[in-house]
Write a new protein. Structure first.
Length: 221
């Protein structure tokens, strides 16, 4: 019977948890839209891709530093979320959920094609001002970018949990998801909360697009 290697198992478990936390940020985008519209956004992966391309394009073409490209990416995705909600999704308020789902499938195809036309089909790296020397925690060596990504993920998850459970805006979004007609009858501006949900879903996707180890290349500041 082969000997069980605790150290190797611990390394795999730790890496899995850290990377899983960063994927949880992408899942959070699904939750934001679902909590506000009761529909699943099938364009969520394309939102992450587009945010990363905006940040990489700002860094490569304009020579912008990391933090400037990050702000440009967040601003661009918030505007994109507002624009998509106003042009594509606002006319679907009150329609069956399947109509919104089919619209997001179409959005995914449009965003994929637009990203290829605007940025090309090649892979882009986002250079982050983070050291690449692993941090030793006992038998485990962890890349700093994974630790930062995990910390940011936990902060976002905690923040949005409070937002939907305690804040007036979050509770109103949940009411809109339960029934748009009842929410409108209670005086909730459904269109405004739709726009907020899509803007938040677009803006927060900049974080997993640049902290994820699948897109980021780190360096010393």
């Amino acid at each position: 019977m082969p000997e069980f290697e605790w150290q190797f198992t611990l390394v795999l478990l730790t890496n899995g948890v850290l990377i899983g936390l960063m994927y949880a940020l992408i899942a959070l985008g699904f939750v934001l839209i679902y909590k506000a519209t009761d529909a699943i956004n099938f364009a969520q992966g394309e939102f992450v891709m587009f945010a990363g391309f905006i940040a990489a394009g700002a860094a490569d073409l304009a020579g912008a530093p990391f933090w400037v490209s990050a702000l440009l990416s967040v601003s661009g995705m918030v505007l994109l979320g507002f624009g998509l909600e106003r042009v594509v999704l606002r006319p679907l308020i009150g329609r069956p959920v399947i109509a919104v789902v089919m619209a997001t499938i179409g959005l995914a195809a449009v965003l994929r094609g637009s990203a290829t036309l605007a940025f090309g089909a090649g892979t882009r790296a986002i250079v982050m001002p983070i050291g690449d020397e692993p941090i030793e925690l006992g038998p485990v060596m962890l890349p700093p970018v994974q630790l930062i990504g995990a910390a940011v993920s936990i902060a976002f998850l905690a923040g949005f949990s409070w937002f939907f459970l305690r804040s007036r805006i979050g509770i109103a979004m949940r009411a809109v998801a339960d029934s748009q007609q009842v929410a409108m009858a209670m005086g909730i501006d459904v269109r405004r909360y739709f726009a907020r949900a899509w803007a938040m879903a677009g803006g927060h996707q900049r974080t997993p697009s640049t902290t994820g180890t699948w897109t980021a290349t780190s360096r010393r500041p």
